[in-house]
Design a protein around this ligand. Structure first.
Ligand SMILES: *[C@@H]1O[C@H](CO)[C@@H](O)[C@H](O)[C@H]1NC(C)=O
Ligand SMILES: *[C@@H]1O[C@H](CO)[C@@H](O)[C@H](O)[C@H]1NC(C)=O
Ligand SMILES: *[C@@H]1O[C@H](CO)[C@@H](O)[C@H](O)[C@H]1NC(C)=O
Ligand SMILES: *[C@@H]1O[C@H](CO)[C@@H](O)[C@H](O)[C@H]1NC(C)=O
Length: 534
């Protein structure tokens, strides 16, 4: 039995190696547009781009994290080109998010139109963008990062190619709306709130109103900004970006999976490929291996607040709580801390704690001596922890982190602590519970096996559907027709109004007929009956 499983695994590894799991394909020319991005969102793009290049396709990757100006002009000798610019790099590396943002989640939304204006102006003055605009290159498909990249849409119309949105987070309501997939507002919580899939009346109201408002605020306040600037700066006769989405959008690939996200019914044009960046761990660099191996039976803990929040920005009081808690532990602690100046010789840092500016997170999570993970609850970190089966403490700060944290907490494989509640006792107690109570490890084992039990890997799934869309000229048959309906029609408000009006009218009619019979004819009969008995 065991041997057979081994042979099966060998065979499938071999098939994977020679690329037989995915259908044979001709080489295509793809354009990937992610001029506005973050290091974590690009985690979702890098594996896909690499897999596409490995399968023989030609990729042009316009990446906001790439610093240098485009140096090659239409160099067809290589199958992979990266375009970028210093100004986009500045935007994509500095989104000005810090530990205080949890106090003002609405601020971000309010600033969106102004931000969009800045993004569009920067992109439309970028030589790399104009290189794409003026190239007469024939692309087979465009992939656009589905968040804050509305300014790239005019390029789709100019190149006249189908495009897909790929999105490193849970599906945002306006993307679901654009592709014509149900918003499922009765049970799919908007990622910006910490609701669960079972919501009471008020939560459902907030969930519905905010999600629908998000969709329509984009139409009212964000899209017109892009249209205006595109018209002004690109000096071409362009359709509006709403029309471009309507005509060319073919697929939406999102970063969710049924094992760790709330369930979402989707149209066939939505592909859930959550965790596609998760890979088995590799051996650690020598200095890290000797540090974690020296932890003995106690094992080690890793601490990381992701790539947008810098450990070095953490307020001093939180930092002190962490350090004094770690000082009480037999475990060794690796802490991702970007600012190296004067930290490792700081006397307040306990001897069992090591600060490092970058950590190979998946290799550490896959290490046999890892005991637990302390994280901010970014989706990528949650997925890695689940993939490698490591229970975690989660301290969410902003965006979708609270809802990710709450789900993991409710499912019993993580403990959520709010930064506002953080004390040494609470942190120490949570660490001890995770280390000693086997229920967390047991729950983690279960969810981890759910995440790994898939017909094909999420990466293979994403690549398959990207090629599928090209093979079938944008695969328009996958899309539901509901994106053609108006706001009122889509949400069935017109039908509800009609049914309510009809019911009301009917009840009114019944009421009047009854009144007529009781008080006039009925009344008459009663009176005449009374007369007879008299
Ligand atoms: C194209 O790229 C290849 C590899 O980077 C380089 O060797 C070659 O000189 C480039 N050709 C042109 C015309 O820039
Ligand atoms: C810590 O070390 C750095 C260089 O490694 C040095 O510049 C700094 O002055 C030191 N700080 C203290 C407090 O000794
Ligand atoms: C934080 O403290 C508040 C008030 O004491 C409490 O309602 C909340 O549940 C706490 N949060 C967590 C995650 O423990
Ligand atoms: C372990 O944790 C679970 C879930 O929080 C709890 O129900 C259980 O009582 C704990 N067991 C012990 C021995 O503390």
């Amino acid at each position: 039995m065991k041997n057979r499983a081994k042979i099966n695994r060998l065979v499938s590894a071999f098939l994977l190696l020679v690329g037989l799991v995915l259908p044979e394909c001709t080489a295509y020319n793809l354009l990937v547009l992610s001029p506005i991005t973050t290091p974590s969102h690009s985690n979702f793009f890098k594996p896909v781009v690499k897999a596409l290049v490995d399968r023989g396709h030609t990729i042009t990757y316009y990446n906001g994290l790439h610093q240098k100006q485009a140096e090659t002009t239409n160099n067809h000798t290589t199958s992979f080109r990266v375009l970028g610019s210093p100004s986009l790099h500045k935007i994509s590396t500095d989104h000005q998010v810090d530990f205080n943002i949890r106090d003002k989640p609405m601020k971000f939304l309010a600033e969106l139109p102004e931000k969009m204006e800045n993004y569009c102006t920067t992109i439309y003055t970028d030589p790399a963008f104009h290189q794409l605009l003026n190239s007469n290159e024939k692309f087979d498909l465009i992939i656009i990062e589905g968040y804050l990249n509305d300014c790239s849409l005019p390029l789709v119309a100019i190149l006249d190619v189908p495009f897909i949105y790929m999105n490193g987070v849970a599906p945002i309501p306006w993307l679901l709306n654009a592709i014509g997939s149900p918003l499922a507002l009765d049970h799919f919580p908007n990622p910006v709130f910490s609701f669960k899939d079972e919501m009471d009346f008020w939560q459902r109201t907030v969930n519905s109103v905010s999600s629908l408002m998000g969709v329509y605020l984009r139409h009212l306040f964000v899209m017109p900004v892009v249209d205006r600037i595109a018209h002004k700066m690109l000096k071409r006769n362009l359709p509006t970006i709403a029309e471009i989405e309507h005509r060319y959008l073919s697929l939406l690939i999102v970063n969710t999976h049924s094992s760790i996200n709330y369930q979402l019914p989707t149209s066939p044009a939505v592909i859930q490929a959550g965790g596609l960046h998760c890979v088995p761990s590799k051996p650690l660099p020598r200095h890290l291996e000797s540090f974690v191996d020296g932890s003995g039976d106690a094992g080690f803990i890793i601490v990381s607040f992701g790539s947008v929040l810098k450990g070095a920005d953490m307020p001093t009081n939180f930092r002190r709580i962490f350090l004094s808690t770690f000082d009480r532990l037999p475990q060794r602690v690796l802490w991702k801390w970007e600012d190296q100046s004067g930290t490792n010789n700081d006397s307040s840092i306990p001897p069992n704690v090591k600060l490092i500016s970058w950590m190979p997170q998946q290799d550490l999570l896959g290490h046999p001596k890892i005991r637990l993970f302390i994280t901010h609850g970014g989706l990528f970190s949650n997925q890695e922890a689940v993939y490698h089966g490591v229970p975690f403490i989660v301290m969410p700060v902003f965006a979708d982190q609270p809802i990710n944290a709450q789900k993991a907490h409710d499912d019993g494989y993580a403990i959520r602590i709010d930064l506002d509640n953080l004390t040494e006792e609470i942190l120490y107690d949570a660490i001890q519970r995770l280390l000693t109570n086997s229920s967390y490890r047991e729950k983690m084992r279960k969810v981890s096996s759910l995440m790994r039990d898939q017909m094909e890997s999420p990466l293979e799934r994403a690549v398959y559907w990207i090629e599928y869309v090209i093979r079938h000229d944008g695969a328009p048959h996958l899309r539901t027709t509901s994106h053609k309906l108006s706001f009122i029609q889509r949400n069935l408000f017109d039908v509800l109004m009609f049914v309510f009006t009809l019911t009301f009218f009917f009840l009114f009619l019944v009421f009047y007929i009854c009144r007529y019979y009781i008080f006039s004819r009925g009344g008459v009969r009663i009176i005449s009956d009374q007369k007879k008995t008299n």
